[in-house]
Write a protein that binds this ligand. Structure first.
Ligand SMILES: [Zn+2]
Length: 100
């Protein structure tokens, strides 16, 4: 959880590459230092999906009962919220190297 370091060269696995990885459907990431490949841990993948869907669902529910918004704005706002959650995802997910 939190910031991870490459276990080969101790370089930080960057936040931005994790966000990119999540957006690309949990694509493996590469260490910027030694090019070692890291894959998202399977169980944290479920956690990430859950962390993303539940707040989104609650948010959509609150939004729809508080404001009367045209559908397009409603989905726009929900989408924006989803994007901001994904920026927090790197703190939730864990990456593992292929070989120990
Ligand atoms: Zn490395």
């Amino acid at each position: 959880m939190g910031i991870q370091y490459c276990n080969e060269c101790n370089k930080k696995l960057s936040w931005s590459s994790k966000v990119k990885s999540i957006w690309l459907g949990y694509k493996p990431i590469q260490c910027e230092g030694c090019k070692k490949e890291y894959r998202i841990e399977f169980k944290t993948r479920y956690k990430a999906t859950l962390y993303m869907i539940i707040p989104l669902f609650i948010f959509a529910k609150i939004l729809s009962s508080t404001f009367i918004l045209p559908t397009i704005y409603f989905f726009g706002t929900v989408l924006l919220f989803g994007v901001s959650i994904s920026f927090l995802m790197p703190f939730v997910v864990n990456y593992k190297s292929e070989h120990k």
